[in-house]
Ligand binder design. Structure first.
Ligand code: HEC
Ligand code: HEC
Length: 326
């Protein structure tokens, strides 16, 4: 599905006046840098047309695709917030600049600083379940996990293995240095002018007939304090390239930084790595949390100093265990 079609579908469900302003804004999205590896992930139409794919495999890839696009069908099992994988990995997980997911397949197994050991593709997917989805991942080796991996691997079809200089990977093109003049108040003004119409004044998003139409940015239904999106630079780059939904690339870099700072200064479910004290957890995972506001004081309160895990009735998913090869 194209980005425009997605926007139409999202906008059609609410009568927000977002479509009217679409063509007037400058679209200012990053182009690949010189020397970067560019891969265009194949689509579901390509999958249906590819006769070299055995029908049994196609079925499993389609199941993974369905899980990726509508992860909410596993609400209360694998997911305890309002997210689906496609909520952050836009364009079906294929789109450069929107965190395309296929590089996990071509670059893993590899060492990750986040958990300090060599990770498999399953573990990488499990990480997004545990943090971004505030959930618990399908068991390694299960049919559901296999389907997820199969979809990721399909998207990587034809891509170079072990190549890491990948155009449009992740959400980090603004760099990781937060500008010195970033502020909560400036972020709030950007939010109110550009985001609240869909994501709500209270950041809780909007639902219609029980279905998530606009996802939350903070509160119980949002990504938790261990999610990559809590890093200010990650949120800033995501927002710059993808938001507001109908006008990606229209915010200035400065507006994107300020609004990322603002939304990540709001409470959300606990980090599954919580030790019982947010300041202490911040220090233990400072390589990650130096980019977040977790465990720091904002408006007189230490962010993350609570036992609230949102709708999730437990803290640590059992299969986030560290693995070593000693
Ligand atoms: C709240 C937003 C969010 C949601 C929801 C989310 N992710 Fe992610 N995902 C991220 C961020 C942030 C990164 C790290 C990107 C970076 O490093 O810049 C990431 C990275 C990944 C990667 C690694 C990509 C690479 O370049 O190596 C994979 C694979 C992935 N996610 C899969 C999933 C799957 C599967 C789901 C659903 C179960 C999911 N994600 C849901 C935000 C999200
Ligand atoms: C027209 C409605 C609309 C507007 C305006 C909008 N968003 Fe979004 N936003 C969405 C939708 C819909 C998604 C999920 C995309 C999908 O599922 O394809 C989303 C996803 C997100 C996400 C990732 C998922 C999550 O819930 O954490 C963030 C972060 C985000 N938006 C931030 C912003 C910010 C900041 C602004 C203002 C600068 C903004 N959005 C403006 C509709 C909107």
């Amino acid at each position: 599905m194209t980005r425009n079609l997605m926007i139409l579908m999202a906008a059609a469900t609410l009568s927000a006046p977002v479509m009217a302003s679409e063509p007037k804004v400058p679209i200012n999205l990053p182009a690949p840098k010189e020397g970067q590896y560019v891969h265009q992930a194949p689509t579901i139409d390509d999958l249906m047309a590819d006769e070299s794919i055995k029908p049994q495999l196609r079925e499993v890839i389609l199941k993974g695709y369905d899980m990726f696009m509508n992860t909410q069908q596993y609400r209360g099992k694998y997911v305890f917030n309002d997210m689906s994988c496609k909520t952050c990995h836009m364009g079906e997980g294929r789109m450069n600049g929107s965190g395309p997911v296929w590089p996990a397949v071509t670059t893993l197994p590899d060492f990750r600083g986040k958990n300090k050991h060599v990770n498999s593709v399953e573990e990488r997917i499990a990480g997004c379940f545990a943090y971004s989805m505030n959930g618990t991942p399908p068991a390694y080796g299960s049919d559901d996990m296999l389907a997820m991996v199969a979809y990721h691997q399909w998207l990587a079809k034809g891509a170079e293995v072990y190549e890491t200089n990948i155009a449009g990977r992740g959400f980090r093109h603004l760099g990781n240095k937060i500008p010195d003049d970033v502020s909560y108040d400036k972020g709030q003004a950007v939010y109110e002018a550009n985001c609240a119409i869909c994501h709500g004044d209270d950041g809780a998003g909007q639902k219609k007939d029980g279905q998530v139409v606009f996802p939350p940015l903070w509160g119980d239904g949002a990504y938790n304090w261990g999610a990559g999106m809590t890093r200010i630079f990650t949120a800033a780059s995501f927002i710059k390239n993808n938001m507001p939904l109908s006008k990606p690339g229209s915010l200035t870099d400065n507006e994107a930084w300020n609004v990322a700072w603002y939304i990540n200064s709001q409470e959300r479910p606990q980090d599954p790595r919580y030790t019982g004290d947010a300041r202490d957890t911040r220090e233990q995972f400072i390589g990650f949390h130096k980019h977040t506001r977790y465990g720091t004081e904002v408006n007189g309160k230490v962010l993350g100093q609570h036992n609230n895990t949102g709708e999730k009735p437990f803290l640590k998913p059992a299969n986030l265990k560290p693995r070593t090869f000693e």
